[in-house]
Design a protein around this ligand. Sequence first.
Ligand SMILES: Cc1cc2nc3c(=O)[nH]c(=O)nc-3n(C[C@H](O)[C@H](O)[C@H](O)COP(=O)(O)OP(=O)(O)OC[C@H]3O[C@@H](n4cnc5c(N)ncnc54)[C@H](O)[C@@H]3O)c2cc1C
Length: 387
Amino acid sequence: MTTDMEFAYTPRLAELRQQAQALAAVIAKYEDECEQGNGLGPDAHQAIREAVLAAGLQAINVPVRWGGAGLSVLEQVVVQDSLGSLTNALWDTVWRPANPLLACTPSQRERYLIPAVRGERRDAVAITEETAGSDPSAVRTTAVKDGDGYRITGNKWFVTVGDVADFLIVLAVAGPGDAPTLFLVDRDAPGVSIVRTPRYTHTFVYEHPEFAFDHVRVGPDAVLGGVGQGYELTRGWFTEERLMIAARTIGAADLLALLHRFPNVVLWLNGHTHTNAIRPRRDPADPARGFWEVTTCAVVDWPCQTRVVEILDHGEYLSIVTTMVDHDTPTGAASLETTDDLAALHRELAANIPWGTATLAGTPRDRNVELRVIPPFPLGRLSGADS
Ligand SMILES: Cc1cc2nc3c(=O)[nH]c(=O)nc-3n(C[C@H](O)[C@H](O)[C@H](O)COP(=O)(O)OP(=O)(O)OC[C@H]3O[C@@H](n4cnc5c(N)ncnc54)[C@H](O)[C@@H]3O)c2cc1C
């Protein structure tokens, strides 16, 4: 028996995708500011917060009864896919409290989960340590019994959102039995400090600082989900986070949508497609705008297949002149006995035969042509270019 799998979006999923894309379009307006400032100011954060709440996409992983959007895992994936198209990790401004918080007691819920769902508080998760990454069972941070509470001591690395979070979910081994346990620790508790904020090769709206916990005193009500439940809850968090990362990478792969967001893109030189082609890429939202996509046969593998691209400033318009650089060995060599024969074969394999039988080579319009675009910004010489 065979069963067909149904991959089409249901009306509900299509609606969610539309909502998430609309929200992403609002947040995308902050990409430049974030890129230039390595983060956003309070006004931008406030505007995004309002947009998230208006879209109803706050805390999509938290049940509706606690104020979240209460989406299923599949629905969350659809939302994250759309948000993944945002650069600078701006998807992280659409807050999703860490799922261990679903294990809050009623009073913890009032103090942490519900304000986090509303976007009034922000959590960060502190599991990883210098010698405990893939294997959290190597965690050395301790929570030593102190009266009815604990004193937490240790260092945590890669605490994403740690720069703005006002509480942390910390994995430590607790009590005499070293039971892996999560603790809710307020950022301003005495003994909590940021040791350093390393720079990363990505630009991210938040930071990933390293934290030190120096005998931080917490009460018994700081235990999240029960003593000894730390690994189980951590596994649940990593599982959800990794799944959502995967979903966002699908959205991030929508390069065309990304390029349309930047009005200064006039040309997309899209190499290594094994096809010579030139096509206009009109912005679906504004067909008067757009850019040219120029693809080439594999330049690196086949250096005989080179395309020169020049951009000329004519004031009112820009000319993008593309020229193929060919060698002109006659193709169709009968044998492979001479160097000319080998060159001919090379040319054939590289689809480097103008308007021949190989469709990959493209027509004259795909090879040597002048493309015009309206300059998207005032042009000027680079200072010192004349000297
Ligand atoms: C951008 C970013 C954000 C992060 N945010 C957070 C956060 O908010 N909170 C938090 O607690 N942590 C966070 N982390 C840490 C992240 O969870 C760890 O980086 C991850 O668990 C891997 O640990 P590690 O970097 O120490 O690598 P390691 O564990 O040292 O692994 C290094 C390499 O060895 C491989 N490896 C490890 N063990 C094995 C094995 N047994 N068999 C085969 N191969 C193995 C791994 O796959 C990897 O390729 C973040 C990391 C990054 C990069």
